[in-house]
Design a protein around this ligand. Sequence first.
Ligand SMILES: NC(=O)c1ccc[n+]([C@@H]2O[C@H](COP(=O)([O-])OP(=O)(O)OC[C@H]3O[C@@H](n4cnc5c(N)ncnc54)[C@H](OP(=O)(O)O)[C@@H]3O)[C@@H](O)[C@H]2O)c1
Length: 247
Amino acid sequence: MSLSGKIAVVTGGSRGIGRAICLRLAALGATVMVNYVSNPAAAEETVQSIRAAGGKAEPVQFNVAVAAEIEAAFKNILDAHGRVDILVNNAGITRDGLLMKMKEEQWDEVLNTNLKGVFLCTKAVSRAMMKQRWGRIINITSVIGFAGNAGQANYAAAKAGIVGFTKSVAKELASRGITVNGVAPGYIVTDMTRDLSEEVTDTIKAEIPLGVLGEPDDIAGAVAFLASDDARYVTGQFIHVNGGMFM
Ligand SMILES: NC(=O)c1ccc[n+]([C@@H]2O[C@H](COP(=O)([O-])OP(=O)(O)OC[C@H]3O[C@@H](n4cnc5c(N)ncnc54)[C@H](OP(=O)(O)O)[C@@H]3O)[C@@H](O)[C@H]2O)c1
């Protein structure tokens, strides 16, 4: 599996799952644009790890919820590199709360980052990928988008929205050699889940047939497959990486 010569953009590549995806794509030979919104030090750490291993990477700051920032960033990337081959829509946030107490801002923040961000970034690369007649778009959804979760109506709605979006865009772009797929992680150890209490973690583990939380690298492997030529005949699909907690 080689991604040599490919230009990849990973949103939210500075930390967690996104960082593991950046490291994996770079190890396979891609030049990786490591996106972040507010944590330049974390993005720099990811970039330095890639360079230390002999790979190529650059930090790129933009907020996936802001169209003007995305347009400017993708213009710069296309001016500098001439193409974007792989887009991984990974950036995501949680603003949890029970429906009765959920504020409109909590809904808007999560929908804007987790769903509108996927739309805006996909739109921003689609023209270049169509011209190239080759592209890989990989959207990170969640087990919560398929199974639902009390206290995460906003997050579940955004992640389920990604499913319909992915299938629709897969149909629109297939004739141009672009595949659009998703990866649905279960519970993965990152900053997003690190603060869960031991009690909650034990309850979650009890629902996972494989008995442990996943690691960011478990998601990176699925993304790398979907980005590769081995997945050339796969589009509009989701790989569930969740230890069996949702089948
Ligand atoms: N962890 C899990 O158990 C789990 C399970 C299912 C799905 N997921 C999904 O996997 C993805 C990554 O999650 P994670 O656990 O790795 O999260 P994380 O450790 O909290 O990292 C989030 C990343 O997203 C970036 N980000 C947040 N808002 C952004 C914005 N508006 N524009 C650009 N970048 C932004 C952050 O950048 P900064 O460093 O600049 O803040 C950071 O790189 C998310 O879509 C999440 O919903 C995670």
